[in-house]
Design a protein around this ligand. Structure first.
Ligand code: SAH
Ligand code: SF4
Ligand code: F3S
Length: 480
């Protein structure tokens, strides 16, 4: 804010902010957009809340009494209020709890759900003007998406693009339709403009995001309208793009042309995350997922019939109200049938506003815990066995970081698996030079573990291109 100090000089009193983010990738990416918006409004980000004038808390409400944790954290912020700091609560708990947040934490000045973020510049101006109790909570019925050219992406090589916001599916257990508002897609033209800008900045991997990313429907007029699979291909064919990912897909909108697109376009990653939630038709019905085990397995058969080895991962919920031992057993047999490469399994957690909260939560926590353990044990066995297929293969890995103590490079395969690998030249392990973060290295897989692959960079080739330093990172990272 400009202020007149001595001698008529006008100086800018620096505006600083600190942001803490919880939740899914969409929330992480929302924070990147919020940070970009704040920076564009003249704020500087600080890494220590003590140094910040504005503290933002971007919250998640998906499970486990999330709101209580938020109020607990806000209580911790209380001690900072005497220092004149301002507080903002964003995200799914903000939308869910709304003005109750002001009642429980009166030092909070701004509460906004994600459907209102496009109004952030205006909300920030009101905040700076000293207004109290500013809300962005009324936008859940909006058709508009949050599009901004000011996105502060945290990784210079790999970046997200949200192509669809909200959710209209209303699964019986889930808060998302209440916290993120109705489903709305961006136009293909706007997505492509953003993707091209990222390519120009040096990004080689783009990940499309949406609560149900494949429910994306191009709102463009009929002349330029694309299907989801066509959009994937269009971005995959941009010169400079090496990887395109998309998450999360919903089985109901999973069409065969997505598999055909992956088969035909090498830059589309060979990975589909397709949450099933349960293997039992009775439970799927009670969850209002609106597909059956057989419907889901048909989609699995399309993926498995592909020419490429497409990795399949899933989310599952155990202990949904009414889930019997026999229902749970159907989830276990499904896991064995599909042979997932990873499963994210959760104990059912009753959430406010959802139909499942009123269903008798008949499954005790002990039973849920036991079912979760059985499921995870079974899945670990499957991964131990199934990852064996990669032994001896050469996989291209994007370098992410270094494990200095093990002298290993940590990379990610197109299938989204972690690959820990060593680099050798003329038979000797390279101790001081490693491929830069963001580069792509062909790695021969020498060992498979249940949760990762181990390998060696292909000898000497240094794959000339792979060891070419990326523009915005140090040329070599010195180990030790
Ligand atoms: N849109 C995606 C999932 C988004 S939420 C889909 O429909 O598949 C991410 C995951 O959290 C879900 O797949 C589900 O497994 C889990 N989840 C959501 N609500 C939950 C709840 N109330 N209890 C336990 N797990 C839940
Ligand atoms: Fe939640 Fe279902 Fe929507 Fe996924 S599809 S976000 S689980 S309501
Ligand atoms: Fe959490 Fe909201 Fe994402 S509830 S998982 S931050 S959509």
């Amino acid at each position: 804010m400009p202020c007149d100090l001595f001698g008529g000089y006008t100086v800018m009193v620096s505006k600083t902010f600190y942001i803490e983010t919880f939740g899914c990738q969409m929330n992480a990416h929302d924070s990147e957009k919020v940070i970009g918006t704040l920076e564009q409004q003249g704020y500087a980000r600080v890494e220590d809340e003590g140094e910040a004038g504005l503290i933002l808390y971007n919250t998640c409400s998906i499970r486990d009494k999330a709101e209580q944790k938020v109020f607990h954290r806000l209580n911790e912020y209380k001690r900072l209020q005497g220092e004149g700091k301002k507080f903002a609560v964003l995200g799914c708990v903000a939308q869910q709890e709304g003005e109750r947040i002001f009642e429980k934490a009166p030092y909070v000045s701004l509460v906004a759900g994600s459907a209102s973020y496009r109004n952030l510049p205006e909300m920030l101006r009101r905040l700076e003007a000293g207004e109290q109790r500013i809300t962005g909570l009324d936008d859940r019925q909006t058709d508009l998406t949050f599009e901004t050219e000011f996105t502060a992406r945290s990784n210079p090589h790999r970046g997200y693009i949200t192509i669809i916001e909200g959710c209209d599916k209303f699964c019986a257990y889930c808060v998302v339709p209440y916290t993120r508002g109705k489903e709305r897609s961006r136009t293909s033209a706007s997505v492509l403009v953003e993707a091209r800008k990222m390519v120009d900045l040096g990004y080689t991997e783009i990940q499309f995001l949406g609560q149900n990313v494949n429910s994306w429907r191009d709102p463009s007029d009929s002349s330029g309208r694309m299907s989801f699979a066509e959009l994937l291909v269009a971005v995959g064919e941009l010169p400079g793009i090496r990887r395109v990912r998309f998450t999360t897909s919903h089985p109901r909108d999973f069409t065969r042309d997505i598999v055909q697109a992956i088969d035909a376009t090498p830059t589309l990653c060979d990975h589909v995350h397709l949450p099933v939630q349960s293997g039992s038709n009775g439970v799927l019905k009670a969850m209002a997922r609106e597909y059956t085990r057989e419907w889901y397995l048909e989609r699995m058969s399309w993926i498995k019939a592909a020419k490429r080895d497409i990795s399949i991962t899933s989310d599952m919920i155990v202990g949904f109200p009414g889930e019997t031992d026999a229902d749970f057993e159907e989830t276990i047999t499904l896991v064995g049938e599909v042979k997932y490469d990873a499963v994210f399994a959760f104990k059912f957690s009753p959430r406010p506003n959802t139909p499942a909260v009123t269903m008798a939560d008949s499954i005790s926590d002990e039973v849920k815990t036991e079912r979760l353990r059985i499921l995870m044990d079974r899945q670990r066995e499957i991964q131990r066995e199934h990852y064996g297929r990669h032994l001896g293969q050469v996989q291209e890995c994007m370098v992410e970081s270094y494990n200095v103590s093990r002298n290993q490079v940590v990379g990610r395969s197109s299938q989204n698996k972690t690959v820990n690998f060593t680099t050798r030249q003329n038979g000797a392990q390279i101790a001081r030079a490693q491929p830069p973060v963001g580069s792509y290295v062909p790695v021969r897989i020498t060992q498979t573990l249940p949760n990762c692959l181990v390998g060696e960079a292909m000898a000497d080739s240094a794959e000339a291109s792979a060891f070419v330093p990326m523009p915005r990172v140090p040329q070599f990272v010195v180990l030790n």
